[in-house]
Design a binder for this molecule. Structure first.
Ligand code: DQA
Length: 150
């Protein structure tokens, strides 16, 4: 299967950005771990990070449309971007939302996600492992019964 993993604004600073909240892994570390997951699971993963809303929208319209599944951490755009919501709705690719931190346990403005009702599922607060969990869940959603543990 072909997956894309999309990282929103400021996630390029992972490793040094508020490590108590977001952990010490860099974005390169996370992407390398996702490439390993893809190899282990016979899938391909394209990763993309941008600080710009329009670039994220264009990536969803192109690579996201061609993928079997999307894992997305829209970062701060989670709480504001109708453009990202509309792009996900337009392409219709099954998507899972990931947040490194537990956004529900933080400031009030982080409690609302404008994509929470259009994604297959959400993973919050588990740190970088959340991306691998999201991919496993999405794979299971797309091909039920394929997990070796079942
Ligand atoms: C985040 C949570 C958002 O509220 C925040 O703006 C981020 C990162 C997370 O992964 O925990 O940039 O999406």
């Amino acid at each position: 299967m072909r997956f894309v993993v999309i990282h929103g604004p400021n996630l390029n600073l992972l490793g040094s950005r508020e490590p108590d909240t977001y952990g010490t892994m860099t974005l390169d570390d996370i992407n390398a771990s996702l490439a390993q997951w893809a190899e282990e699971n016979g899938s391909t993963i394209d990763t993309f990070q941008s600080n710009m809303e329009g670039e994220l929208v264009t990536f969803i319209q192109t690579a996201g449309a061609a993928a079997d599944g999307i894992v997305i951490n829209p970062a701060a755009y989670t709480h504001t971007s109708i453009a990202i919501r509309d792009a996900l709705l337009a392409v219709g690719t099954p998507s899972v939302e990931v947040h490194l931190s537990n956004t529900d346990a933080r400031e009030e403005f982080r409690h609302h996600s404008v994509i929470s009702d259009i994604v297959v599922g959400r993973i919050l607060g588990l740190g970088a492992i959340g991306y691998r969990l999201a991919l496993t869940g999405l794979q299971q959603h797309l091909q039920p019964g394929t997990l070796t543990s079942e």
